[in-house]
Design a protein around this ligand. Structure first.
Ligand code: GTP
Ligand code: MN
Ligand code: MN
Length: 385
């Protein structure tokens, strides 16, 4: 039974944050098809259409069993005409002609290739596509026009598009703890993102760092990065300092809240992780230079490039940061939308602001934030909306 259920109301609640969405669900073929169309709409700049397909897919992910007939769609929210047609095709024929056509199209394939580069968003990929670029080799020729981030993304393309395993995330967690605890033994390092939601693989590893004594965490990140660098772990890093001011940062309100970007001290990095299984006896540093955009290159080395995000939150903001960095992206979007439209509150990764009472609502745990919002608590493993 889902939160928000009434006797004659919808069986599935309207907002993704009112539902429980486990990692494994029973409608993968349908959600894959809808998510391909969501992605394609995003590549075409149609954010609204993209969101509609994402919402439809998310509703199906929360169903307790496989959808077998079109009739089962009628009580469900967020299933538009187009989504219904795609679902019908997949139910009847196993595939959707439209989705298959998209997957084979030159634009979709090129956009996929380009947006999988670290540092390349949809806008940049569209521009390159419109300029006639099609391959990674095309980009390589324009190397000097790329940002430092994109150059690193291209250099480590194969590794960064090889899923990070849970065991690798655990190894990196121990490394980050070792680094952090040298400077602040009482600090806590928490694995967030997809791994906290129970995923066994990820595109990166996300950490949230805090210290029970507020302000102790200030300046920690640069020391951690410097140490990791001195040990040879840093292949790339970009750090930002904290730009959030309390209390009542006016930016929080003037920006309308809803943004997923936050202002914590953070570091987006690429770490050099020793391979756990194979190639242990390769000389250190072999293959360390050179561009590895071709497959197979990674296997010849004793290490693998892994994307790691480090975020430092002051203790009083930690529950908000934890909620904001655990995801999924769609769950977060739905939480913020629910807060705004149903509760007249602004939620972000720093705070929760009640517009009616004109006050910030403090919280010592994620559970308290759900309580403030009048939502049933959803544990991390059920936030795969
Ligand atoms: P994979 O890494 O692909 O396995 O999935 P993931 O869910 O971990 O995705 P990702 O690492 O991209 O993001 C993790 C969570 O952090 C998501 O819920 C995002 O919404 C959130 N997130 C990512 N970037 C930012 C940011 O700049 N600010 C805030 N507040 N949240 C972010
Ligand atoms: Mn992640
Ligand atoms: Mn991340």
């Amino acid at each position: 039974v889902h939160a928000g259920v009434t006797e004659d109301g919808p069986r599935v609640a309207l907002y993704g944050c009112q539902r429980r969405t486990p990692l494994a669900h029973s409608n993968q073929a349908l959600t894959d098809a809808l998510e391909t169309l969501a992605e394609e709409a995003g590549f075409g700049g149609s954010e609204g259409r993209s969101l509609a397909f994402t919402r439809a897919a998310s509703v199906l992910k929360s169903l307790p069993g496989p959808l077998t007939s079109l009739g089962e769609l009628s009580p469900l929210p967020c299933i538009g005409e187009h989504s219904r047609k795609v679902i019908q095709e997949v139910l009847e024929d196993g595939v959707s002609v439209e989705v298959e056509r998209v997957k084979l199209s030159e634009r979709y394939r090129t956009m996929k290739l380009f947006t999988k580069i670290f540092g390349v968003g949809v806008k940049t990929a569209i521009r390159w596509y419109q300029e006639g670029l099609r391959t990674l080799a095309d980009l390589q020729e324009r190397h000097t026009e790329l940002t430092r981030e994109q150059q690193a993304g291209l250099q480590h393309y194969t590794d960064l598009n090889t899923p990070v395993e849970r065991s690798e995330a655990d190894t990196i967690e121990r490394l980050v703890q070792e680094a952090v605890w040298q400077f602040l033994p009482d600090a806590s390092v928490m694995l967030t993102g997809g791994f906290r939601r129970g995923k066994q693989q990820g595109h990166d590893v996300d950490f949230l760092i805090t210290h029970p004594q507020e302000d102790k965490e200030v300046g920690l990140l640069s020391k951690v990065i410097r140490w990791l660098d001195s040990q040879g772990f840093i292949l790339y890093q970009h750090s930002q300092r904290n730009t959030y001011q309390l209390p009542g940062d006016p930016e929080l309100l003037s920006s309308g809240g809803g943004s997923s970007m936050d202002r914590f001290e953070r570091c987006f990095s690429i770490l050099r992780l020793a391979r756990l299984t194979q190639d242990k006896d390769l000389p250190p540093g072999s293959g360390a230079q050179g561009i590895c955009t071709q497959g197979g290159c990674g296997a010849a080395r004793g290490w693998k490039a892994v994307r790691v995000d480090l975020v430092v939150a002051p203790f009083s903001q930690f529950p908000f940061a934890l909620l904001g960095w655990t995801g999924s992206r769609h769950f977060e979007r739905e939480l913020r939308r629910f807060a705004k439209h149903k509760r007249k509150m602004i939620l972000n990764s720093h705070a929760l602001y009640d517009m009616a009472q004109q006050m910030f609502l403090p919280a010592a745990s994620e559970e308290e934030i759900f309580q403030h919002l009048g939502l049933e608590y959803v544990p991390p493993t059920e936030r795969n909306a």
